[in-house]
Write a protein that binds this ligand. Sequence first.
Ligand SMILES: [Zn+2]
Length: 205
Amino acid sequence: MQELIRRLLIELGENPTREGLRNTPRRVEKALKFLTGGYGADLDAILNDALFTVDYNEMVIVKDIDFYSLCEHHLLPFFGKCHVAYIPQGRVIGLSKIPRLVDIFARRLQLQERLTSQIAETIDSKIRPLGVAVVVEGTHLCMAMRGVEKQNSFAVTSAMLGVFRDHARTRMEFLELIKHRSSLPTMDSSTLASVTDEAEPVTRR
Ligand SMILES: [Zn+2]
């Protein structure tokens, strides 16, 4: 990887032997390996010791989970907040594992839509809850930095499964509980793109 990065620097018109760049290939390789570390993660090993049987069937919400990912189209960062909720049906996931799950899927070359649905589908398959809801708010540097469509560099995507898809009241309860976040002042279910229903995300200023 380091030789490729050295050649990339030359292609960019740089001199890879100048002092500031001399160790850049090594640093970039290390950074990229960390930022794509999700590929090597063993999801089962991480989650299986944190799945518990409980008699609890109220909504579990973990919100404002920070994530950092790389857009697969430009290899540039997109980042923001992720909110996850589910209604258990006899089994729960240890709360600290939910941000871990977000990290595992974020640390790859991603699309925000796929990130959103992978988080929801993993929780769904691991504990078979009554429903799962995931909302991801991301700022995309590939749009913001390149000066194109600056107004659309912020995107909100959602995946609603089970009762969150089927029952408007359950979905609204979740959206109410996450909406006092500053970036979601006017969000309601009609302005959200649902990954499960439509392919296109709604992008918002
Ligand atoms: Zn991009």
